[in-house]
Design a protein around this ligand. Structure first.
Ligand SMILES: Cc1cc2nc3c(=O)[nH]c(=O)nc-3n(C[C@H](O)[C@H](O)[C@H](O)COP(=O)(O)OP(=O)(O)OC[C@H]3O[C@@H](n4cnc5c(N)ncnc54)[C@H](O)[C@@H]3O)c2cc1C
Length: 488
């Protein structure tokens, strides 16, 4: 039986291991951490449960698909529901907008809260759907780096439509042109942060993202985001995948330009095929030191990072929902701090996720589990202790003002995740959440392919390679690799 090794058990690694096992390979996964899931992990302490990383779940069909191709009923492993409300927005001038998931209702509520003509919102969501329909096959489901991709009729169609899509203007200028309402422009600009990009630089084609949330839907896994990891981990084990934790891979072994296995703490593990889920910017220097690295790819600007405070809060806040955004009054300056000054702005946009709103088991009686996050720059020699201290102060002041309570007095549990620990816990270069940013309009083409051009039988999955960061794209990377690998 042919053996395949997967390096890392992030969501991309888990999906790749499942697909490899279904292809008839004997599969081993080596993971540095003592647990699976990478960024998709959880914190349990003092009666509170927090999803440590992702909080927004879109395109659940990509998770379901892994069960269906394994001949299992996804519902036996993993349950989720579609959200009726996507997010609650709080603007600095006191405007509040609770956004319903239904696009028509959203347009009406947006008109009431911000004065925009509802028709403009409807049209904008239609444009977003159009971008998805014309480009998803090319950018999300195919390998952009294989000649065969360009021979397909669907790809050709996507290419012909590209000039009609907003690739030359920034997301902000496209949103300004079509919406012309400051508050709604800010709301739609925010979608650039879903892959760690800057809306003032990223191309307007990123307006594909709202389509996923509104038209395709935002979901809530009933037992939290971490249940995605647990379900896929269980499925992989059921399919015979063997996991080795606390087992960092220190080299990918290569002979005559063909992969021969990996070295784990200096011990050789032979395999016919290797799939690497480690961030590509660390994988080349650390695991492939003798191979010439793809300099251009490794020089791409990293995505933003984040500072997250996991707060156990005494009390309940009716005005907050599952997803909440407290906007900065000056988004342009905030992004200039993040991507130019590489610092945190004094009036940051604050995101609060509270899963105990939908799953009361996540917090003790009379309490809420707040995942409080602000965007942060990727690491570049900053004084992080100072930045974190300042950020905490900015956040507390902003929440006190918006919610009219002394938040500090209500925090009875606290843990922090920040760029340095994101990097050390998941080997994410510079603490970036999503690999490389999309600030460059050619970013999609420059991302690393899902296979090695120099070494046979070496493949790559996860947020740092094509098609990019985020759960749906990391799952898509495993699907693309599946299409490139022959049966065992
Ligand atoms: C705070 C935060 C919020 C986010 N919010 C969202 C969100 O709301 N929605 C969304 O879709 N996405 C979100 N993301 C992004 C999403 O989490 C990632 O894009 C996705 O989980 C990346 O998966 P991955 O497969 O690249 O693996 P990672 O999660 O990066 O895991 C890689 C794994 O490989 C292991 N590894 C690395 N090197 C080695 C080695 N040499 N040997 C053995 N093991 C190794 C690591 O220990 C790790 O377990 C968020 C991320 C963070 C951190």
């Amino acid at each position: 039986m042919k053996k395949g090794i997967v390096i890392g058990s992030g969501i991309g690694g888990l999906a790749a291991a499942i697909r490899l096992a279904l292809k008839g390979y004997e599969v081993e996964v080596y993971e540095s951490n003592p647990y699976p899931g990478g960024k998709l992990s959880e914190i349990r302490d003092n009666g509170f449960r927090f999803d440590a990383g992702p909080s927004l779940f879109t395109m659940p069909e990509l998770v379901d698909e892994l069960f269906l191709i394994s001949g299992r009923d996804p519902k036996e492993f993993f349950n989720y529901e579609r959200l009726n409300e996507v997010c609650r927005y709080f603007y600095e001038d006191g405007t509040r907008l609770n956004v319903p998931a239904d696009p028509e209702q959203f347009a009406i509520e947006a008109e009431k809260a911000t004065g925009i003509d509802a028709k403009k919102v409807r049209q904008h969501l239609k444009r977003s759907a159009y971008i998805y329909d014309t480009t998803a096959f090319l950018f999300l489901r195919s390998s952009l780096h294989r000649f065969q991709t360009y021979l397909s009729f669907k790809t050709l169609l996507s290419f012909l439509q590209l000039p009609l899509l907003p690739i030359f203007s920034s997301m902000n200028s496209v949103n300004r042109k079509h919406l012309g309402n400051k508050k709604m422009v800010q709301l739609f600009n925010r979608y650039a942060t879903y892959n760690g990009s800057n809306p003032f630089r990223a191309p307007g084609i990123l307006n594909i993202i709202p389509h996923l949330e509104f038209n395709k839907g935002a979901y809530f896994p009933k037992e939290g985001m971490h249940s995605i990891t647990l379900a896929l981990f269980q499925l992989a084990k059921d399919l015979g995948v063997r996991f080795f934790f606390d087992s960092p891979v220190d080299e990918i072994l290569v002979s005559r330009k063909k992969v021969t296995g990996v070295s784990v703490r200096g011990v050789e593990k032979k395999a016919q095929l290797v799939i690497c889920n480690m961030d590509i910017s660390f994988a080349y220097p650390r695991l492939l030191p003798k191979i010439k690295p793809p300099i251009k790819t490794l020089k791409l600007e990293r995505s933003s990072s984040a500072i997250i405070f996991y707060w156990g809060i005494r009390g309940k806040f009716e005005e907050l929902g599952l997803h909440n955004i407290l906007f900065s009054d000056d988004y342009r300056t905030e992004f200039s701090y993040l991507f130019d000054k590489k610092d945190v702005y004094e009036d940051p946009t604050v995101y609060i996720n509270i899963t105990s709103k939908l799953n009361p088991k996540d917090a003790p009686e009379g309490r809420e589990n707040w995942f409080v996050m602000i965007n942060a720059p990727y690491m570049e020699g900053q004084d992080w202790d100072n930045i974190i201290r300042r950020s905490r102060q900015f956040i507390v002041e902003k929440l006190n003002k918006s919610l009219g309570k002394n938040i500090e007095e209500l925090i009875e549990f606290e843990q922090v995740l920040e760029p340095r620990t994101i990097e050390s816990k998941t080997k994410s270069f510079k603490g970036a959440l999503y690999g490389t940013s999309s600030n460059n309009r050619m970013a999609a083409f420059f991302r690393h392919p899902n296979f090695s051009r120099r070494i046979r039988d070496l493949y790559f999955v996860g947020g740092s390679v094509h098609p990019g960061g985020g759960i749906p794209l990391a799952l898509s990377s495993a699907k693309i690799v599946d299409g490139l690998i022959p049966k065992a």
